[in-house]
Ligand binder design. Sequence first.
Ligand code: URP
Ligand code: ZN
Ligand code: ZN
Ligand code: ZN
Length: 472
Amino acid sequence: MKKVIKNGIIVTATDTYHADVFIENGVISQIGENLSIDGAEAIDAKGCYLFPGGIDPHTHLEMPFGGTVTKDDFETGTIAAAFGGTTTIIDFCMTNKGEPLKGAIETWHEKSKGKAVIDYGFHLMIGEMNDSVLNELPSVIGDEGITSFKVFMAYKNVLQADDETLFQTLIAAKNLGALVMVHAENGDVIDYLTKKALTEGNTDPIYHALTRPPEIEGEATGRAATFTGLANSQLYVVHVSCADAARKIAEARNSGIDIWGETCPQYLVLDQTYLEKPNFEGAKYVWSPPLREKWNQEVLWNALKTGQLQAVGSDQCSFDFIGQKDLGKDDFSKIPNGGPIIEDRVSILFSEGVKKGRVTLNQFVDIISTKAAKLFGLYPKKGTIAVGVDADIVIFDPSVERTISAETHHMAVDYNAFEGMKVTGEPVSVLSRGEFVIRDKKFVGKLGAGQYLKRAKYGENQQNNENKTLVI
Ligand code: URP
Ligand code: ZN
Ligand code: ZN
Ligand code: ZN
């Protein structure tokens, strides 16, 4: 079915202009003023922006973690993402040491197939490096189109990889054309501080933050950056939470290292005091890295504005307050780490970022969509509005005011981390490859309509090296 979106304002990472968008066979076929309807269904977007669909490069759907499994799966998670203006996610395929990578990837295909309502790809976790892993990587890239590898520097005895593994992964990624991603916190120091806190009887959620100080996020970020320079490789640091880590990325970029940084909405608008909420409510805000002192927020916003951080992922990793977070009622280290963020990522960036003058409208599009498309091998098919690209489009009303709440959200969890927060702007309708997933704020998509995306190698068909800014 042909469609033409009339009267909207198109916003890309570089341009803002009035034009109609003609869609045929899931692809944008024409952009221009006063396009003839020509047998297409006309959709009126008066007063609305047309953004390229959001790309969330950091989700954990149906992931086993902390003795339980995340509440949102590829069905509820992608429906919530679509309501929030996201049309592509890249989820982390988790692996187990000693087991073939192929099996883990199959497990992730099974979790997602028939469920996802928007398009999706996978990153692959690397927990160890040896001949068997090395032998599988060419097929991971060539056959599966998985061109990004994730290494955890924290979660000792669970997910944590050692420095040798990180360094070898960086070298392999350089040779094969993949982007390495790191969770940068010093897991050994955290392990020591956690044991010490518990021995001293400090079991409340706030000790999650106090045992993971910003210095050790900065240290791990700097270490990973050093390895990247040494390996002449490429690195994307996920969920940067604090000034210490943002500064390390800025320094490394300034010295010519190919390093990119992502932050998340939670670090931009929430702070460490949330972990002190009474009646164990602080557990709702336990994720890693932890929330920081409030002053860090302005540093992160400025880093986005000046291009020292380039992307915002959700780190969606949701657990119910009742029945999951309470596994750590008497021991903060047993609270499953993670929060429900996938639905509110775009709205928070628009409302707190664009509306409050912290980033421009075009920077906002870059941060929530275009940059991730470029870094993760999806551009230009995803991440922009142009002739010939997938018609993944958000019709966004910038004037609506609403309050975020678990009562109205679409995630499967029993709380919302941004409960009560007032935001301006809301996705009204969302199209994935030309089909409505959300229409007039109602879900009209189909389970399983989301396609698995094989991604291009790092640096192919992309302009990755623009926007390298200097630290002043
Ligand atoms: O606490 C978090 N962030 N949970 C998800 C796993 C990770 O570290 O990204
Ligand atoms: Zn016009
Ligand atoms: Zn992480
Ligand atoms: Zn994560």
